[in-house]
Each structure stands twice: as C-alpha cells, then as structure tokens.
Design a protein around this ligand. Structure first.
Ligand code: BES
Ligand code: ZN
Ligand code: ZN
Length: 478
C-alpha cells in the first residue's frame, strides 16, 4: 500500500470524514439531492456512505462517538474495514481522505483500518493477479497528515503485512532456516542488522532448551539476533525483544490431540513475527532507540530422537529442567533467549509468544495476557498503548505460589505446572531466566483468525505490533 499527500481534486474518489451533519453542505462534491440523501442516512444511524458519481465515487464517513476516546478511535478503524469492502466492490485503485471532523486522528485511523483490511496472502494462488484487491494508494489532503505521521503509517502497515505473511507461510516453506533468511532480507531493506547462529554454533553455546525442542526435527534450529542502533539513541542500555519462533508445533511426543488444535500451529512463530515486524517499523521510522531482537527458532516434532517426558535438560543458563510435557516447548526455547539477553545489560526486555492455551481461554481473541516486573510507570505506558491501539492488555500476577507449582524433586524446575494458572506458571518459568526489567506477553488468543474480524483477515493478524511500536515510539519521546 502506498500512502501520499495529494492535491485537492473533486474528480477523484474522495472520502470525507465529518462529525457534524452541517459539513455536508460545504462539500462541493455533493449536489442537493445527495446532501439530503446523506442526511437521511446519517439520521438513520448509517454512517458509512458510498455515492456513485459515474466517473468516480464519493464516500462520506460520519464519526459516531463512543463512551471513550479509545472506543471511538477503534470504531473509526473498524469503519475502515467497511469502506475497504466498498472500495473493492467499486474496483478503485486510489482514494483521497479529507478530514473535516474535530477528531484530528480520524484520517490516520480510517486509513489504518482500510489498509489493514486490504491485506491478502496470495502467494500460492494461481489466479493471484485476478484475485488481488484493486486499492493500491491512499492519499491525504495536505492538512490532514504530516510527513512523520505518513511515515509512521506506512512503516506500521508494511510491518503488519510482513508479520502476517510470515505467520501465513506453512512449515514446508518457513523452516527455522528460512525464517532466518527472511529476517535478514527484511533487515537489509529496513536498516537493521542480522546475525544468525546455526546449529553448530547453538551446540557450541550449549543452548540446551532450544536444542532439546529441536531433537525431533529433521530441520536444524536457528538463533537470530537483530539489531538497530541509531547514531544518538535515547537509551544508553539496549531494549531487547524476544519472540517465540516455533515454526510448527505438533506438541512433539506429547502430540496435540485433535485436528482443530494442530491446524493453526504454523502460527506458533507469531511472537517472532511481532518482534521482527517491530524491528522493521522501528528501523523504517528511524526511532532514536537502540533495540535488539532475539529469535530462537525450530519446529517441535515427534521424531526418532525427540525429547521425551521425563528428560532432564540442562538449559543455556545452567538451570536443569525436567520436561513433563514436550508441548510446553515455547518456554524451553524462550528461556535460552532470555538468558542470552543478560549479556546486553538491557534497559528492559519484552518477550512475545503464543505460549499457552490458558491465555487464550482466559481472554479469548480480544486481548493479550501480560506479566512481569517492569516498573509501574512503564506498565501503565504499555496499558495506555494497548488502549490507543486497541491491542489491550490484561496483567496477571507472578506471585511466589505459582513458582512452587513448577518445582520438582529431580531438577531445578519442571516445564509444566498444573491445569490451574497455566498462563502464569508459564510466565513464572520464564521469570526464572531473567535478572532485568522484563515483561512477558502471551498472544496465543489473538495471533491467528479462523474468520475475518473487522480489519484483521483470516490467518495471521499481526496483533501486538501496533502495541509495541506505539510503546517504543512514546518511550523514545520521554
Ligand atoms: N503453542 C502452544 C500454545 C497455543 C495454544 C498457542 C493454542 C495458540 C493456540 C504451546 O506450545 C502449548 O502447546 N502449550 C501448552 C502448554 C501445556 C502443555 C502446559 C498448552 O497451552 O496446552
Ligand atoms: Zn506446544
Ligand atoms: Zn507452542
């Protein structure tokens, strides 16, 4: 999607945002009949209007105010999804947005909703060219957005598209090795560097968690280190991101039971996709922040050499872990990455992972379960970013009792708690491998859609990227 500023032109496909019915009269684009038609619709609560003027189409969007600003803003993004449908039905290549409302962010939000809805994954379709959506360019009247907002919008949309592509790619393309290649390719485009450890180097480092999960796979693991370091970063110590890169999760020997639970498991690298896409956006926007991302990657399969329940693994940190369920593999590979992060003396570490079904059960597909020891100020900033982007957070506690649930007689830790508090015992496991300000984000419920939902399509959603980019953008301005 291309975003640009363009000159006023009443012969184009223009979209007018209003929040006052009187503004309709100021639109030179509409004649009397059209104005009264719009007035009637708006009075009847229809606020998304398409007017066909033969050589072009005029759209009118009347903002409905909700209880809170963040709900109003999300309403605008969702309206974008409906406009995208209308734009596609009319086969339009370009639209220009004019904001005549008092909500200054409205054009940005509407464009975001339209662009996020306009995503398609057509790589494997023979008739991709015919299937492709028509819309290629969203333009703005010059007073609606400044250059910086335009860059932020395009970087964010590209980042989300990239993450969705990665999630939608199946294992027979996106192995751990291929994921590392994709990371490096995007880095060259965006401006971050990539260093990838191969299997021999991972063995040499003794990353026991990553290697254990990889034992059942015919494919080697990878450990990628992405770095963006601008000339004058705001932060002296780096911010480190960690993403779960399980390119496919069968459960291993603790094989996942039903079709429904394995069907979407190509999405088990969604955490990796979030941090990769965030690195892409941060580099494209040239945020004044030093950011490093770590992506441990492998598939989890029940091969001949696969790790078995009862195995005791010596992790990268030296901690021993009794594996009682090979399907609790995410925490095994994240633990090694979290230990690696200590070498940077990081300002803070955030990990993103499709870690537990328990998190999905708890909040469904409407939010992220988070936990950690960041100071209250930063936690609140995260929660505010969550509301701003409508990728909202629910914080869970890391009380010591949950730590007791992952104790075992034969090793330092076991890799599962009980049925109860499953999202938290997973977080508690990760906490063991940290010694810095840290926050864990369990995105199991939100990373993948089985049906289109407003501006997120079927498949990978990219949920979490806008949250993280928003947090980092505000952090760099503190
Ligand atoms: N990748 C899954 C978690 C998951 C479940 C993500 C559903 C997305 C949707 C993870 O590796 C897993 O299998 N977790 C187990 C942990 C359990 C064995 C302690 C789970 O949640 O059941
Ligand atoms: Zn699993
Ligand atoms: Zn998993």
């Amino acid at each position: 999607m291309e975003f640009k500023i363009s000159r006023k032109d009443s012969e184009k496909n223009n979209l007018y945002i209003i929040d006052d019915i009187k503004k309709l009269k100021e639109l030179n684009a509409l004649n009397k009949e059209e104005i009264s038609y719009c007035e009637d619709l708006i009075k009847n609560e229809k606020n998304i209007i398409t007017l066909n003027q033969y050589t072009h189409v005029v759209f009118v969007f009347y903002i409905k105010k909700a209880d809170t600003d963040s709900q109003t803003h999300e309403g605008i993004r969702k309206a974008g999804a409906l406009f995208q449908t209308s734009i596609q039905q009319n086969g339009l290549k370009e639209i220009t947005i004019y904001n005549l409302s008092k909500t200054s962010e409205a054009a940005y939000l509407l464009a975001e909703g339209i662009a996020l809805s306009n995503y398609q994954f057509l790589k494997y379709k023979k008739d991709a060219a015919q299937k492709a959506y028509s819309l290629k360019t969203i333009s703005f009247d010059k007073n609606t957005l400044d250059k910086k907002q335009l860059l932020q919008l395009s970087a964010t949309i590209e980042a989300v598209y990239h993450a969705r592509d990665l999630v939608n790619e199946p294992l027979n393309f996106l192995t751990a090795t291929q994921l590392a290649k994709e990371i490096s390719k995007k880095g060259k485009e965006a401006g971050y560097t990539t260093k990838t450890l191969n299997k021999a180097q991972i063995i040499k480092e003794k990353m026991g968690g990553l290697l254990a999960v990889n034992l059942g796979s015919p494919e080697p693991p990878t450990f990628s280190i992405l770095e963006y370091k601008p000339a004058k970063p705001f932060n002296k110590k780096p911010i480190v991101l960690v993403g779960k890169g399980v390119v496919y999760d069968t459960g291993g020997l603790s094989l996942k039971p039903t079709a429904a639970s394995m069907d979407r498991m190509k999405s088990d690298m969604s955490g990796a996709a979030v941090v990769i896409a965030t690195m892409y956006a941060v580099s494209k926007m040239q945020l004044p922040l030093h950011v490093i991302a770590l992506v441990p990657a492998t598939d989890n399969r029940p091969g001949q050499n696969a790790y078995v329940p009862g195995d005791i693994i010596t992790m990268y940190s030296g901690t021993t872990v009794e594996v009682l369920n090979t399907d609790a593999e995410g925490r095994m590979i994240l633990a090694d990455a979290l230990h690696w992060a200590k070498r940077y003396n990081p300002e803070m570490v955030m990990d993103f992972a499709t870690l537990t079904g328990a998190a999905a059960v708890a909040v469904g597909n409407v939010g992220i379960v988070c936990m950690g020891n960041l100071d209250e100020k930063q936690k609140n900033n995260f929660k505010e970013s969550g509301f701003r982007q409508y990728e909202r957070l629910v914080e869970y506690p890391l009380w010591e009792e949950y730590g007791d649930m992952i104790k075992t007689d034969v090793a330092d830790l076991k890799n599962i708690g009980g049925r109860e508090g499953g999202a938290i015992t997973a977080g508690k496991f990760l906490e063991h491998f940290t010694d810095y300000p840290w926050m864990h984000f369990d995105i199991a419920g939100v990373s993948f859609n089985t049906a289109k939902k407003h501006y997120t399509p079927v498949g990978g959603t990219g949920y979490g990227i806008r949250l993280l980019v928003d947090f980092l953008t505000h952090y760099s301005q503190q």
